[in-house]
Design a binder for this molecule. Structure first.
Ligand code: AMP
Ligand code: MG
Length: 520
């Protein structure tokens, strides 16, 4: 069994254990214990995360494991806490938020030497629960568990998930916000990451004018997670904080470029949901692009402004970084290096987006002359309502000597839309084939490269609905099957063709598949 540590708790000022009464907290976290649940039952665990942590797979199957990762039992060394943070929600400062239902049990030093925090989501009330119950429902827990692992296997920086445990408790949620609350099964996911610190952890002390506390948090974050920015024994200075901001900008840019590459829409890019390590964090009303639509958001709470729509994620990340810059200003003092950091975000994003787009198209590199080809492709994909994932896999299969737009037939959702863009698509394809031929790369090599950048299996929203409905009826096999398929998203898997199919018609406007609320 693993040894648990608590570097964060021992290094940073927080509140002593004082119960989950809701309150304003002026430290960086509160010690708080998970609230026990009646009947913990392991639904699924991630074999890769079990191995990462160095846990014995036999232990994972025991009732002790289920008890620990449901919050019913602590192991030696665990010192649970919930973090205190604020955030900008939908563009507005929201004040103190904090971990309202997340409780970190402790950290594990893995066999490979990394330090990983183990955090329960849905473990009961904390001082930050405000009016809510601190719990999570099965459907949202399944979504977070599977998606965070799927993202990892896609090569996207993300928090991970160790386990998904049914609590045996009912949780009441008004899923549609229509005044008809229902009891749903409860669950707890154990999330794993080197750190769950968010932009909002810095914004809160900064908003209170508490520069001393802000500095303590920044120094800890740099020492633990950005040690390369600091010479041995040196104390961070204004230059270190600026370099830190610049690095957060770069990491955020890379992650967002990946989101655009695979068609992931986070749905709630509030600054309290932005990781200081640039990880994808807090899987709520996220969704996956089926038909390519830059204006799409899965989040019904955001339906009015579509602030967090697919095509706007890079600029929202930039805006969120300006909030972080504002919070760090008292430490950096001069604004100029913060502006440099933001410019670094733009350059890093553009650079990665270009590289990823080139790889998706099977080109060695994009040049400025390719801009019209890209613009036209995006216009055709959107107007034709073409499935993004299926399109790129089909594109890899074309013969550049005899391009045939028929390979895209299965990627269309609507015959009229297909008819409307077909001529343009054929023209585009001819231009693309000529461009590809001009590079003289080996066609097999090109295809391999494209298929390594364009996933075949993504966690389409309707697949989540199917697995959730099964699991709610007591059959966990859908969760296991999806977890298994999504471990190898770029590789065709015999007998699993249905997981690579386009969204069925029933799911087009179905709650939970194309529309999700924040109720979770
Ligand atoms: P989110 O939009 O899910 O990132 O959540 C925003 C804030 O609401 C965070 O402070 C969460 O901890 C809190 N929160 C969300 N759901 C619950 C819940 N069921 N119980 C307590 N706090 C919650
Ligand atoms: Mg959150």
């Amino acid at each position: 069994m693993a040894t648990f540590e608590n570097v964060l708790v021992s290094a940073l000022p927080g509140e002593p254990l004082a119960g989950p009464e809701r309150r304003q907290v002026y430290g960086l976290y509160s010690r708080v214990l998970p609230t026990p649940v009646p009947a913990p039952r392991l639904i699924a665990s991630s074999p890769e995360v079990v191995a990462l942590l160095g846990f014995d797979p036999a232990w994972v199957a025991t009732s002790e494991f289920a008890a620990v990762f449901a919050g019913n039992q602590l192991l030696p060394g665990m010192d649970p806490y919930s973090a205190n943070y604020g955030g900008h929600q939908f563009g507005n400062w929201a004040g103190q938020l904090g971990d309202g239902r997340a409780i970190t049990l402790g950290e594990v030093v893995t066999p490979s030497g990394s330090r990983q925090e183990l955090q329960l989501k849905g473990a009961g009330p904390t001082p930050y629960s405000r009016t809510a119950d601190g719990r999570a429902v099965l459907r949202s827990s399944i979504r977070e568990f599977i998606c965070s692992e799927a993202m990892h296997h896609l090569g996207v920086p993300t928090t991970r998930a160790l386990s998904l445990i049914a609590t045996g408790d009912a949780v009441v949620r008004d899923m549609f916000y229509d005044g008809r609350p229902e009891a749903e099964p409860g669950a707890i996911v154990c999330r794993v990451a080197p750190s769950f610190i968010r932009f909002g952890n810095f914004e809160l002390p900064a908003s209170r004018g508490d520069t001393a506390l802000l500095r303590v948090l920044a120094d800890f974050t740099i020492r633990q997670f950005y040690p390369e920015l600091l010479a041995d024994e040196a104390s961070p200075d204004a230059g270190t904080y600026a370099a830190f901001f610049r690095e957060v900008c770069a990491r955020t840019a890379v992650t967002i470029a990946h989101w655009q590459r695979v068609g992931f829409v986070h749905g709630v890019m509030n600054t309290d949901n932005m990781s200081i390590l640039g990880l994808t964090i807090d899987y709520g009303p996220y969704g996956w692009i089926d038909n390519f639509d830059p204006d799409w958001t899965p989040n019904t709470t955001d339906a009015g402004n579509r602030r967090y729509r697919f095509g706007q994620q890079p600029s929202i990340a930039y805006w969120n970084l300006t909030r972080l810059a504002g919070a760090l200003l008292p430490l950096v003092v001069d604004e100029a290096p913060l502006h440099d950091g933001l410019e670094h975000f733009v350059r890093t994003y553009q650079d990665h987006d270009r590289r990823f787009t080139a790889a998706k198209l099977g080109l060695e590199a994009l040049t400025d002359d390719d801009a019209p080809l890209l613009l036209e492709l995006r216009a055709i994909l959107a107007e034709g309502e073409i499935d993004m994932t299926l399109f790129y896999r089909a594109l890899a299969g074309i013969d550049a000597a005899r391009p045939d737009a028929g390979v895209f037939d299965a990627a269309f959702y609507d015959a009229d839309r297909r008819a409307a863009v077909l001529a343009r698509l054929e023209t585009w394809l001819a231009a693309y084939a000529a461009r590809v031929t001009g590079e003289a790369a080996d066609p097999t090599e090109r295809r391999t490269r494209m298929n390594a950048s364009n996933p075949l299996y993504v966690f389409r929203n309707y697949l989540a609905v199917e697995a959730i409905e099964k699991a709610t009826a007591g059959d966990d096999s859908g969760v296991h099957e999806l977890l298994s398929v999504l471990r190898r998203p770029y590789t065709p898997q015999a007998g699993r063709e249905r997981y690579a199919a386009r969204r069925p018609d029933w799911a087009r406007n179905r709650a939970g598949a194309s529309m999700l609320s924040c109720s979770s």
